[in-house]
Design a protein around this ligand. Structure first.
Ligand code: NAD
Length: 359
């Protein structure tokens, strides 16, 4: 298979974790006989420094003509001062421009890392392996009208929570399809006891469910979902939700996995897809070869699975990550007594070696 990947290293630890991920993709290419071509482009603070724009047109053009986009992280204190352009605007811009309507965040608690999970061990005894499917381009974040006003001499502000049925339907279909490839359960999260938007959400999700009889559908109100996620995280399979609720739930779920350095993500659209670790640019450890590259490497596995349909290759990467953990190797963020500490680049190299050693 010949495929092109647009690589956006970004800022801080972004370039460090991206370079380890490319090593791993190359190991996969060698092992399974594929050819991946990479072209690098600017985004975030690095792009502001060179062009004044966090998302230059040349970057967007390259993203559009590539088979997939792989991003490190953006941002840092250097660009936080003043009223100049912000690196994060590059991230929001790219999601919008590429029409990435679905954000997928798998949350896995590796048994070897259960010590890093803040929940009591009995709550995660059966393991955690859930997938959050969050709608990314609608909801109160983009609803119009939005703005400020004045009522009876008092400042007011308003946003519009709005979903069209086709927006709900396409994200629901994706969630049901993915659940069919996993444990076969979708839990749709809304606030249908209060919000009209949520009542439409629930109506459409139930209609879509009829096309997926093999998948079991349940519903939770967002407040209850937030509780259940920490009371019994192991019982979830796919959590389907809108943009606002998904924003909050996905960060809550991230804590369960023990370290932000372990969590990958995919943002999918009709024509394009972008893969990135969920962590930021970690300026506090940047440039010192200390970052955990596993979140980025697991994002590369998602790229192989969702953009290239290479399930066996994706699993090879995931198994190699598990094998490194099982062998007792850790980066600083997940270090525990008795384990052996590795740098970012050593971790990448070891994961490549594990891929080569697989039967
Ligand atoms: P952060 O995720 O960068 O860091 C939070 C903490 O986690 C830090 O202590 C950091 O050292 C640690 N950490 C993060 N990733 C790690 C890894 N792979 N290995 C080891 N430790 C890791 O979040 P922050 O400090 O709030 O933000 C820093 C910058 O990143 C800000 O400019 C912010 O806007 C930006 N940001 C970018 C993204 C993105 O690019 N998707 C996401 C979040 C934050």
């Amino acid at each position: 298979m010949n495929r092109s990947i647009c690589v956006l290293p970004g800022d801080g630890i972004g370039p460090e974790v991206v370079s380890q991920s490319l090593k791993v993709l190359n190991a996969v290419a060698d092992r399974f006989g594929h050819r991946f071509e990479y072209e690098e482009a600017l985004i975030g603070g690095a792009a502001i420094d060179l062009t004044g724009d966090p998302l230059p047109q040349t970057t967007l053009d390259l993203c559009r003509k590539s088979d997939a986009v792989f991003l490190g992280a953006v941002g840092g204190p250097k660009w936080d001062q003043g009223n100049g352009p912000r690196p994060e605007a590059g991230l929001l811009g790219i999601r919008k421009e590429l029409g990435l309507f679905a954000n997928l965040r798998p949350v896995i608690l590796h048994p070897q890392l259960s010590g890093g999970c803040p929940l009591k061990s009995e709550r995660v005894a059966g393991g955690v392996d859930l997938l959050i499917v969050r709608e990314l381009t609608g909801d109160v974040y983009f609803g119009e009208p939005a703005g400020r006003g004045c009522e009876q001499g008092l400042r007011t502000a308003f946003n519009n929570m709005i979903y069209r049925e086709d927006e709900i339907e396409r994200i629901a279909r994706l969630a049901f399809k993915l659940a069919g490839e996993r444990k076969g359960r979708v839990c749709s999260v809304d606030k249908a006891n209060v919000l009209e938007v949520s009542r439409l959400w629930r109506e459409v999700v139930i209609e879509v469910a009829a096309d997926y009889p093999e998948v079991e559908l349940s519903h939770l109100y967002i407040d209850n979902a937030a509780m259940q996620l920490i009371l019994r995280p192991g019982e979830f399979d796919v959590i389907l939700t809108g943009n606002l609720f998904g924003d909050i739930l996905s960060d809550e779920a991230a804590v369960v996995s023990g370290s932000i350095g372990m969590l990958p993500s995919a943002s999918l659209g009709e024509e394009h897809a972008l893969y990135e670790p969920i962590h930021g640019s970690a300026p506090d450890i940047a440039g010192r070869d200390l970052a955990n590259p596993m979140a980025a490497i697991l994002s590369a596995a998602m790229l192989l699975r969702h953009s290239f349909g290479l399930e066996r290759e994706a699993r090879a990467v995931e198994q190699a990550v598990s094998a490194v953990l099982a062998a007792g190797f850790r980066t600083g963020d997940i270090m525990e007594p008795g384990m052996r500490r590795l740098s970012c680049s050593q971790t990448g190299e070891l994961i490549c070696r594990k891929i080569n050693e697989q039967d």
